[in-house]
Ligand binder design. Structure first.
Ligand code: MF3
Ligand code: CO
Length: 253
């Protein structure tokens, strides 16, 4: 069941996602060779405390941390660890959410560690562009799969593949609400997008094939072929005027 949000609720979600975006941008700015993924998690947790918000992921289905940190061939849900130390040339996906006044915010970005290869740079650019394309397709009157198709078309036009096992989602007083938002599909199907619909759109893109496997930790998802993977996510709301990026345009996201 899709839960449509009032203007007041969207305003609260905007404030919530502003906190998400600010903390995520700060954590992304701390990414450097020699930093461990546990350092980044601690930083995000401290910033949540300072902002007076509850981290959304810690304790969610037993997830142990505040951030998800997914390095290189890791697709999503990498668990921060003091043993995972970043090296020049890595890429790292940072996925983060908070709860403010009962409403969830959720966003992710993949960033370079120092200087990275041209190949990795292109992957980050195209994945981020595919998120923008998906957001632009989220206009009132369009269909849900128009978002999916916009993402998929952009990704595949660059020879990359879209991960199927994980999808975007509705968001509100729960982290995951209906509808699911796949990053692939035929345009013109699914529910008509209406004012008040809030969605987290989150393309996960591999240089190689789309298949993923889950590690023994029960969380970390990696590409089966070992190819690099990137993930970008923003929460948006559909308004009369079109898609609204919740939390606004924060530099670095
Ligand atoms: N952005 C991810 C999602 O939308 C975050 C979930 S990680 C978890 O599903 F740890 F909270 F499960
Ligand atoms: Co999400």
């Amino acid at each position: 069941m899709i839960i449509y949000k009032s203007r007041e609720e969207i305003e609260t979600m905007d404030r919530c996602n502003r906190v998400v975006a600010k903390i995520l941008a700060a954590v992304a700015g701390a990414v450097a060779p020699g930093t461990s993924t546990a350092d980044l998690d601690r930083m995000a947790e401290r910033m949540c405390r300072d902002a007076g918000v509850r981290p959304a992921f810690k304790g969610y289905r037993g997830y142990p941390c505040v951030l998800c940190t997914s390095v290189n061939e890791e697709v999503v849900h990498g668990i921060p660890s003091s043993k995972k130390v970043l090296r020049e040339g890595d890429i790292i996906g940072l996925d983060f959410g908070v709860v403010l006044e009962g409403y969830y915010g959720d966003a992710a970005v993949t960033v370079p560690v120092g200087r990275i290869s041209r190949e990795a740079e292109d992957l980050l650019r195209v994945t981020s562009e595919s998120l923008r394309r998906g957001i632009l397709a989220a206009r009132p009157g369009a269909r849900l799969s128009d978002i999916s198709a916009a993402v998929q078309t952009h990704v595949e036009s660059h020879g990359y593949s879209v991960v199927r096992e994980f999808v975007g989602h509705g968001i509100g007083t729960s982290l995951h609400e209906d509808p699911q938002v796949p990053n692939y599909g035929t345009p013109g199907t699914g529910p008509v997008l209406k004012e008040g619909l809030a969605l987290a759109i989150e393309p996960m893109v591999n240089i190689g094939g789309p298949a993923v496997r889950i590690h023994a930790d029960g969380w970390t998802a990696s590409t089966i072929d070992g190819s690099l993977s990137a993930h970008f996510e923003r929460s948006i709301a559909i308004t009369e005027e079109g898609p609204m990026i919740l939390g606004g345009n924060v530099e670095g996201l």
